[in-house]
Design a protein around this ligand. Structure first.
Ligand code: ADP
Ligand code: GLC
Length: 478
């Protein structure tokens, strides 16, 4: 019989996505199926989601789930076995999944503690259809309390895995919420729940789960350092022996330039089709001729992503022949600085503020290079989409960027192994130099074509990593 994992997360493709977490949570069930593990994904029933479930049936309920009734609906969506936690007092909100125009919802600690609580109860009792997991796999702070609830309830026979997709988000709450969060006062110690005088659901998960994973080998090493651990590095160092860096894969069916319905198709053997996508893109954005590399950015526009460094470097980049199209949303100051540059140089720079899946595909297809100058990047998916689409990534040497792109240094060029440009540290000087190298490489036809082909034929799917997860589950299952 197939083995059973309950995956717990705040977002999952195809139902709801704000970032790479949703891509990964949505890809894991398919990847693990090939390894003999069935995975059900538990997430909140945000407005409209329950209607998208096929064959929905109630499999779990609790009368008082943090201030109102909660029930879990099981059904299928996009080929996945989904479990939606329906609790209108927590999730039926007009804004986004985490907040609205006024900022984060003040009861976020309780909203996601409830998700974790439901997971812990399902682990202890199973569901109405008899399904009970052998492993609970928790993603990020929203699921962090689940292993803690299981520990405090004395639940046996179910292993727990805590995955860190981004340590910057820690699910902190004041200590006086212990009670409303259903946590035992006796556990408010440094070894367990206490975190700099308050609470953190991520810390709770990190100290109570059987194993910890993060989404790249380099980020696993970085997390143990104060510069990257953001206050949790000590907690992670203490568990170094249980920490696994497992690189994310990408969905190579959705991200396939040969079959992508959003673009003019092409492949590694006949990349000429890429030129049509480039021309269409220049046309769509009203850009003039771009003799150098056409760079694209598809990203949250935040400090993490290092995109605040870009505006000041664009005069030189465009003077050297480059062009730029940005798609993203985020911090107002970064949006404004980029827009300002586009207004000054409308023939070479275009900025689209917003979230647009189809446009993202057109940008990966039509761009020559994708820029990912992150200050930290647990894994990063866009550099891998770039590789797959022959859009050479320029990335900072951090986290998963460092594990997925091979820098075009002389040795790698001689060996024919280079796939992109890697720079360090993440500052304006090094990024500026990276952009100069990008322009120079673009001007070297044979080297550029070789890099592009290397990227397009690189193994980016889930095969290797799904085996690593399966081995980990196996080692932690009862
Ligand atoms: P993060 O999760 O930190 O935002 P990732 O690189 O792991 O970074 O994942 C980001 C995902 O969101 C990718 O699938 C990317 O294509 C997508 N994305 C980001 N911004 C946009 C946007 N404005 N429009 C469409 N897709 C976007
Ligand atoms: C987070 C990280 C990103 C990673 C994604 C999926 O959002 O910021 O680097 O790719 O999770 O694991």
């Amino acid at each position: 019989m197939a083995r059973r994992v309950l995956s717990v997360a705040s977002e999952c493709v195809p139902l709801l996505k704000t970032g790479g977490l949703a891509d990964v949570v949505g890809a894991l069930p398919g990847a693990l199926a090939g390894q003999g593990w069935t995975m059900r994904v538990l997430m909140p029933a945000y407005p409209g989601l329950a209607a998208k479930l096929k064959g929905a049936r109630k499999v779990w309920a609790q009368k008082d789930l943090f201030g109102g009734p909660g029930r879990v609906l099981a059904g299928r969506a996009g080929g996945l076995e989904m479990l939606l936690l329906d609790a209108p007092h927590l999730y039926d909100r007009a804004g986004g999944p985490y907040g609205d125009a006024a900022g984060d919802y003040p009861d976020n600690p309780e909203r996601f503690a409830a998700l974790s609580w439901a997971a812990a109860r399902i682990a202890a009792e199973g569901m109405a259809d008899g399904w009970r997991p052998e492993i609970v796999h928790c993603h990020d702070w929203q699921a962090g309390f689940a292993p803690a609830y299981m520990r405090f309830a004395g639940t046996r026979g179910v292993g727990t895995v805590m995955s860190v997709h981004n340590i910057a988000f820690q699910g902190t709450a004041p200590a006086d919420r212990l009670d409303t969060l259903r946590l035992p006062e006796a556990a408010f110690t440094r070894e367990l729940l206490e975190y700099w005088g308050g609470l953190s659901s991520l810390k709770a998960g990190l100290v109570t789960a059987d194993a910890i994973t993060t989404v790249s080998p380099t980020y696993a090493a970085e997390l143990m350092r104060p510069e990257f651990g953001m206050g949790l590095d000590g907690v992670i160092r203490a568990r170094a022996g249980d920490l696994h860096g497992i690189l994310n894969g990408i969905d190579t069916m959705v991200w396939n330039p040969e079959t992508d319905p959003a673009i003019h198709p092409y492949n590694a053997r006949a990349p000429a089709g890429k030129r049509r996508n480039r021309a269409a893109l220049l046309d769509e954005f009203g850009l003039g001729e771009v003799p150098g590399p056409l760079a694209v950015v598809i990203s949250r526009l935040t400090e993490q992503k290092g995109l605040d460094l870009l505006p000041d470097l664009l005069d030189e980049f465009t003077w050297r022949g480059g062009g730029l199209i940005v798609l993203g949303t985020g911090e107002a100051r970064i949006e404004m600085a980029l827009r300002h540059r586009a207004d000054e140089n409308p023939g070479r720079i275009a900025v689209r503020i917003g979230y647009d899946e189809a446009l993202a595909h057109r940008l990966f297809a039509g761009g020559d290079a994708v820029l990912v100058p992150s200050r930290f990047e647990p894994c990063g998916l866009t550099q891998m989409y770039g590789l797959r689409y022959g859009t050479v990534p320029l990335v900072a040497a951090t986290g998963g960027l460092n594990d997925t792109v091979i820098d075009a240094n002389p040795a790698a060029l001689d060996a024919g192994a280079a796939t992109g440009v890697v720079f360090a540290p993440t500052d304006a000087l090094a990024l500026g130099q990276g952009l100069r190298r990008l322009v120079a490489l673009h001007g070297d036809g044979p080297a550029w074509r070789r890099m592009r082909r290397n990227g397009m034929t690189a193994r980016l799917d889930w095969t290797r990593s799904s085996r690593a997860y399966a081995d980990l589950y196996e080692s932690r299952a009862p």
